[in-house]
Design a protein around this ligand. Structure first.
Ligand SMILES: [Zn+2]
Ligand SMILES: [Zn+2]
Length: 310
């Protein structure tokens, strides 16, 4: 009898260990190659041929902060802490601005607190964001998740905002999910202004579709007047250490947080492609949406500035 119990207990331990490995460690490594997925030469020639007056500054307005164990953002990363930023990006031109990202509002932020001691929401910053969108020449997003669209789906002046929105079809299709009540007609009836191809959207700004994390996900390749290049990578990774280690979010995070589930094979390919692109072009500044430690470092190096220009 004792032998039996020990046998069953042993089997349960093995099953639990296997499940834990699957949920938090396994199936998260990028492949050895993803050739041809990201063509920086094409983006550079589009910027060159497009000409025009290029932006002079990349600014980031943070509306919320939080933290979580690093293992939530990178499979197998035990022990570390992931300092999370929720923000929106402003590209400043001599005569105009572009806003990328709708961030989240207080209601959404309060609904997704991970670490109460590190969580905060800045109401004044959120108000600055909705106002800055109405001054912007264009408003775009990296993708259609709740923490990237709320200042659009819940904007206080949808009619004034709508003509500035430059979205793709999957992004527009997702907006009704995030409205409080009915989505404003001006937002419901938007026509896509991005067609799913690599497109120059403004001088110095190329949108690059990368379906995977969501159907409407895209990168932005940004070239400033001074020649410095940036690649906004949205939520392909949540921590830049994922690009160093070539490891994505764990399976657990996908089931717990991401709905509908992301295409993990596509995201793994993209991580490999970004890793290789960065290795070959170390002068390009890559930045994801939510890695606060990384954004702080870029600010210290003078590559981004916190806060939007009025
Ligand atoms: Zn996302
Ligand atoms: Zn996000």
């Amino acid at each position: 009898m004792l032998k039996w119990i020990l046998g069953i207990a042993g089997a349960l331990v093995v099953v639990a260990a296997a499940a834990g490995w699957w949920l938090f460690v396994g199936f998260s490594h990028a492949p050895k190659a993803a050739a041809g997925l990201m063509d920086i030469d094409q983006w550079r020639s589009m910027v060159r041929e497009g000409g025009g007056t290029l932006p002079t500054e990349v600014r980031i307005l943070e509306v919320g902060r939080d933290s979580a164990p690093m293992v939530a953002a990178r499979a197998g990363a035990w022990g570390g802490k992931w300092e999370t930023s929720y923000n929106s990006v402003q590209l400043v031109y001599p005569d105009k601005t572009i806003v990328i990202g709708g961030a989240l509002d207080r209601l959404t932020s309060e609904g997704m607190v991970a670490a109460p001691d590190d969580w905060s929401f800045d109401d004044a910053a959120y108000e600055q964001l909705t106002a800055a969108m109405l001054r912007a020449d264009q408003v775009l997003i990296t993708h259609e998740h709740l923490d990237h669209v709320m200042a659009i789906a819940r904007h206080p002046q949808p009619d004034a905002l709508a003509p500035r929105l430059v979205l793709n079809a999957p992004q527009i299709a997702a907006l009704p999910l995030f409205a409080i009540g009915e989505l404003a007609p001006a937002l419901r009836d938007l026509a896509p202004r991005l067609d799913g191809s690599v497109q120059l959207v403004a001088p110095g700004v190329v949108a690059i579709p990368v379906p995977g994390h969501t159907a409407g996900s895209q990168l932005f390749f940004i070239t400033l007047e001074n020649g410095h290049e940036y690649l906004m990578i949205g939520d392909i990774v949540w921590t830049m250490t994922s690009l160093d280690e070539l490891v994505m979010r764990p399976v657990f995070t996908q089931y717990a947080v991401i709905d509908p589930n992301e295409d993990r094979a596509a995201v793994k390919d993209q991580i490999r492609a970004l890793h290789d692109l960065w290795e070959a072009n170390p002068e390009v500044t890559l930045f994801p949406s939510h890695d606060r430690t990384w954004l702080e470092m870029l600010e210290q190096e003078g590559l981004i500035s916190w806060g939007f220009q009025d």
